[in-house]
Structures are given as C-alpha cells and as structure tokens.
Write a protein that binds this ligand. Structure first.
Ligand code: NI
Length: 172
C-alpha cells in the first residue's frame, strides 16, 4: 500500500465529474488499498478517488472515532437513493481544503447503493457522521466541494486564500 499525494484546492481536477467504474480489476483494488492508507494517514474520515488524482467513482470511508474498532468501507459507484427530510448541521472539513472548517447543513439520514470490490450491489442506511461523510464524498465525484454549500461570501474568501497559497508555492 502506498500513500498517494492529495490534490488541493484550487486544482481544477476537483471540479471534474468522475467516471463510473466498469472493470473491478486489480487496479481498482490497489487504488482502494492506497486510498485507505492515504485517508488513515491524513487522518481523514472519507476520501474520494479524485482527491488522489483518479477521476473514478470510488469512495473510502471510516466514520468510527477515537479508539473504536475501525470500520473501513469502500464504495464503488455509490449513489444516494433517498434522503431524510430532517436536516442536521455538522462542521465539515476536507483533505483537499486543509485547515478550513465550516458548518454545512445536509439531510440527517440517507440510503446509499454501491458496488463492493467483489461486484456485489449493497444498500445501506447511513446516519450521523457516516451520512455527512458519504454525502460529502459523493459531491466530490460530481465535482462539488463542501464550500459550494456555503454563502458566496464565505466561498470566495476561502477560494481566494487557496489561490494565493498556490501562487506562493508555484502551483496551479
Ligand atoms: Ni473532501
């Protein structure tokens, strides 16, 4: 397993639509293994493949906290199939937008359908932190970031900050 470099705002790849996975081959398995390693190392609770530069619809997550036993979950081609009317707010962050946190309001519970690496279709109900994480990660697969849920004023402020940082580093 390898820790892969994370892409950071304002990398234009973060705005790209990821493609559905067609072949569940060894490359997908290696990618998922590397995504878990990268996510746990960061540390983060969720990661979309695009964040390591691969525009395929793959998410890894683990919404357990602290010393609880780890529950790694890899979702291939995940889709939200329903969401609750009740909403909840949660202070979100993103490994591609380091050191920035802001409250985002999303449905409190969602139903998710996805493929496992074995090619099995699974459906799960998620709530609490897991519901936030999966909605945040599926947004990534659609080129959307959590800052898109904020006011234009807040979004512009964070964009400007990261554009400036990238210029200083000679990046994008
Ligand atoms: Ni993120």
């Amino acid at each position: 397993m390898t820790i892969r470099p994370l892409i950071i705002l304002p990398d234009p790849l973060l705005r790209q639509l990821s493609d559905p996975v067609v072949d569940l081959d060894g490359r997908v398995k290696t990618l998922i293994d590397d995504m878990f390693e990268t996510m746990y190392e960061a540390p983060g609770v969720g990661l979309a493949a695009v964040q390591v530069g691969v525009t395929q619809r793959i998410v890894t997550m683990d919404a357990t906290r602290g010393d609880d036993e780890k529950q790694p979950l890899a979702l291939i081609n995940p889709e939200i199939i329903w969401s609750s009317d009740d909403l909840k707010d949660y202070e979100e962050g993103c490994l591609s937008i380091p050191d920035y946190h802001e409250i985002v309001i999303r449905p409190a519970k969602v139903g998710v359908r996805f493929l496992t690496l074995a090619g099995k279709v699974e459906e799960r109900e998620m709530e609490g932190l897991a519901a936030t994480v999966i909605q945040h990660e599926i947004d990534h697969l659609n080129g959307k970031l959590f800052i898109d849920h904020l006011s234009k004023l807040k979004r512009d402020r964070v964009l400007k900050k990261f554009q400036k940082l990238a210029r200083h580093q000679g990046g994008v």
